[in-house]
Design a protein around this ligand. Sequence first.
Ligand SMILES: Cc1cc2nc3c(=O)[nH]c(=O)nc-3n(C[C@H](O)[C@H](O)[C@H](O)COP(=O)(O)OP(=O)(O)OC[C@H]3O[C@@H](n4cnc5c(N)ncnc54)[C@H](O)[C@@H]3O)c2cc1C
Length: 409
Amino acid sequence: MADRSVGALIVGGGAAGAACAEGLREGDFGGDVLLVGREPDPPYERPPASKGYLAGTQERDACLFHDAAWYAKRSIELAPRTSVMRLDTGARTATLSTKEVVEFGVALVATGANVRRLRVDGAQLQGIHYLRALANADAIRADALEAGRVVLIGGSYIACEVAATLTALGRRCTMVMLEEAPLSAHFGPTAGEFFGGLLSEHGVELVCGDGLERLEGSDRVERVVCASGRRLEADMVVMGTGVMPDVMLARAAGLELGESGGVACSADLETSVRGIWAAGDMCEFDSVLHGRRVRIEHHEVARAQGAAVAVAMLGTRRPYSEVPYFWTDLSDWCTAEWVGVTEAPEREIVRGSVQDGKFSVLHLAGGRLVAALSVGRDDDLAHARRLIASATDLSGREAELAGGDLDAL
Ligand SMILES: Cc1cc2nc3c(=O)[nH]c(=O)nc-3n(C[C@H](O)[C@H](O)[C@H](O)COP(=O)(O)OP(=O)(O)OC[C@H]3O[C@@H](n4cnc5c(N)ncnc54)[C@H](O)[C@@H]3O)c2cc1C
């Protein structure tokens, strides 16, 4: 027996969950909306946790999508510090960590992702950090204010952004990565070379093509030992080693999972159970845009998917087809924007000047544009978005793509 009943249950107070709640009220959803989230704060943006919030230039409140009063005014009930422990898809009930059992009409599961923890010797030492929540950023900042030497493990955007932020705060940062250049796994080799140069120029030491073997120290980490045998003195270590979709609840509820470990969803983001949707980092959906099932870990995608689920809950079903967008800031040194999905491109075409730090890189596969990176070339980004969305056949148009007016394509 349920203790009470709500029209819409949203599991997960992150970017996707918050956007869904907003969308339901904007669309005049008639029923009660309950948003259950583990964290103590109302839903907030994670990107500042490696940028302005970590740097100390952005207040905690400025990271919130809205304050608690905003939700109260719209009759969105927030249940912070609360987990959904069990989802019964047959009875359509959720059991909360408060023991309350809530019956729901429709539900969104937006449980996000957890950091991928490396199990190496020394992993339990003090001074080793992962970054997902504001509380992690608080701990990193507090430690960094005492630390001289910081080692970052990983070559993706979390390690790069944290290295840039802490370098700007005066720390000595060294990055250890398997890739030959930072951000190259996501953005490709040309961009990797540019970001490698930029980080080096600002004093970040790069150890590329090497991995973490173990961490050494007595109570606290003192040293990073790389697979090559190289030893790096460290007062603290930040792990930027990726994330895994959090499907604990979904798996236990019997929702079908996909190949990348997310929750398998239809083109309109519905899970294998009717009336239960997924969105954000853990949503693996049949993408009409990509012609295959994809899972995307970007802030704006989580927001857009949460909003799309609200529209579906309100009765309008349509495939989710927005072109993915991502950005990254390396301190105030550089902002890079990206549209599309990372896949091994058959060809990269560079527009503008990498040397001058104003360029874009177009990624082509099968005669089509699949992704584009822009540093300071907004027009290119807008055209790239259009060309990706329309799946325009660009075979034989390489010269125009490299030097011509993208308007004409
Ligand atoms: C430091 C950092 C910087 C980033 N920077 C960028 C950036 O510059 N650009 C960009 O595009 N993306 C960035 N991202 C990625 C972006 O933040 C994520 O893609 C986005 O947060 C995903 O939103 P989500 O709603 O799917 O998941 P989340 O934001 O992870 O929210 C999921 C929430 O669900 C909660 N939860 C899980 N299980 C339960 C349960 N059973 N009951 C209740 N609650 C539960 C979790 O605790 C979590 O709070 C960054 C991420 C981090 C960590």
